[in-house]
Design a protein around this ligand. Structure first.
Ligand code: SF4
Length: 469
């Protein structure tokens, strides 16, 4: 029996945490003991509620999780690399040695080379399965090609993060993995090419339901958020899945859709199955940028049809919008404001900033065109920082705040603020000042995600301490 500590930095609501829960379940099934060294990155770049990275650095010991892992004295510390956390993985390993760790280390790497005892290449569950088989003396590198059989994996070990997350309030679900799109700014195509053919797939509906029913029975889960990049891609699968979901789970849920994989039947199916909101990646109203630069898979026409299908079905929707696109102009934001103002059941405009992650096509483009230096790659996140052209920083700041206030202003207020030039005043509003009205808008609209934030976030800061545990 080995004692394995998984190390992780960042918020819980992302795929990596579910992967670690599954790896933990696999390790336990093989007779090992597991635990977690967790840096929640409170106020850090991955904190989607209040991202204040300087405050994070000021308040918290960045090496605390590594010290905790070392103090636990496990035989193995296992880390998971993703598109943007390579520098953290390197730093964690150094901190671990500095803290006197005497055990061994393994990194599940998607592309990097690290100073770890063992490097595991391939889809994490597949590579980790090979690692478990090779214990106690695995080779320095294990490569496991091909996708893992998601249906054959054990259900996640919720105990790993249970001390940090309230699974009764909300549960993060994944029905499958990947997306067939090739958007230039997105990590999905990167993983698809890193892990090879077969990466994009869904689990059997009955297996997903088994997990959700078990979670509901154990935690009394009141809401589910499907974090799959696209839940609506396969309509036959969706019909079968939602039929089971209605009968055996029944909790309200949120999910992501893709406009080219969405029609009136999809909207009606979701609505009648308890979906309270579906999120779409719009990103920009500029058709040239959408298709030419971002390589979005669908036309604006398809977006409009998907939104109209939701309106007709009485299903609320969120629209993702990215600021800082190369070549974007003020006219694009004005057009977006006009478009948003005419939508019936638009719940929220989710504002993101473009990030240049090393290895993604849009980052290569930005470096080639002199829009970003090597140092800018992998810095920042979707919620903070601004990599826009200097002339666009003012309009971006004004419209970012305006779009965040959509929930309070409504379509008419949004249109008025855009047409009258009121947005120019909003550019001076600090991001933190927009949070309270944004929260208020979410609560007034009875957006379940905001009730979850309101309930969970203060607890993270005050009840359970704020730093790495
Ligand atoms: S459609 Fe969405 S998830 Fe798929 S590649 Fe594009 S941005 Fe990524």
């Amino acid at each position: 029996m080995n004692r394995i500590v998984f190390a992780y930095r960042g918020r819980y609501w992302v795929r990596d945490t579910r992967v670690l829960e599954t790896l933990s379940a696999m390790a336990k099934a093989a007779g090992h003991a597991t635990s977690l060294a967790y840096d929640r990155d409170l106020f850090g770049v991955s904190d989607n509620v209040l991202s204040l990275p300087r405050l994070n650095r000021l308040l918290f010991d960045q090496a605390a999780a590594a010290k905790k892992a070392a103090a636990a004295g496990p035989s193995w510390v296992v880390l998971l690399e993703n598109v943007h956390n390579g520098p953290w993985v390197e730093r964690f390993l150094s901190d671990l040695w500095r803290a006197g760790y005497k055990g061994r280390t393994a990194v599940l790497a998607c592309r990097g080379h690290f100073a770890a005892d063992v490097s595991l290449y391939g889809e994490p569950e597949k590579a980790f399965g090979e690692f478990l088989k090779a214990l106690p003396a695995p080779p320095a590198a294990i490569t496991a090609p091909g996708p893992s059989d998601l249906d054959a994996l054990p259900l996640p070990d919720h105990g790993l993060f249970a001390g940090y997350e309230d699974f009764g309030a909300s549960y993060m679900a994944y029905a499958g993995r990947g997306c067939s799109g090739s958007c230039s700014y997105c990590e999905e195509p990167f993983y698809r090419s890193a892990y090879g053919p077969g990466y994009v797939r869904l689990r059997r509906p009955a297996r997903v339901i088994e997990e959700l029913a078990a979670v509901r029975a154990r935690f009394g889960t009141r809401e589910i958020t499907f974090k799959d990049s696209v839940l609506t891609a396969d309509k036959a699968w969706l019909r079968e899945f939602l039929g089971l979901y209605r009968r055996k789970v029944g909790a309200p849920f949120k999910c992501f859709g893709r406009p080219d994989a969405f029609d009136a039947e999809t909207a009606a199916l979701l609505k009648s199955s308890g979906c309270y909101c579906v999120e779409f990646g719009l990103q920009t109203l500029n058709e040239g940028l959408r298709t030419g630069l971002l390589k979005r898979p669908e036309s604006l026409e398809a977006v409009k049809k998907a939104f109209a299908a939701c309106d007709a079905a009485g299903l609320a929707y969120d629209a993702d919008y990215i600021f800082g696109l190369p070549g974007e102009t003020l006219a694009d934001h004005l057009a977006a404001a006009e478009f948003f103002s005419g939508l019936k059941l638009l719940n929220r405009i989710k504002c993101h900033n473009l990030v240049y992650y090393r290895g993604l096509p849009i980052a290569d483009y930005a470096v080639r065109e002199g829009m970003a230096g090597e140092a800018a790659l992998a810095r920042g996140d979707f919620f903070s920082g601004d990599r826009a052209a200097p002339a666009m920083r003012g309009p971006d700041a004004g419209f970012r705040n305006l779009f965040k206030l959509y929930g309070l202003l409504g379509g008419r207020g949004l249109a008025f603020a855009a047409r009258s030039g009121l947005w120019k005043a909003l550019r001076f509003l600090p991001g933190a000042a927009v949070k309270p009205p944004e929260l208020l808008a979410g609560l007034l609209r009875r957006d379940r995600r905001f009730f979850y934030y309101l309930r969970a976030y203060p607890g993270k800061v005050f009840r359970r301490g704020g730093g790495p545990d």
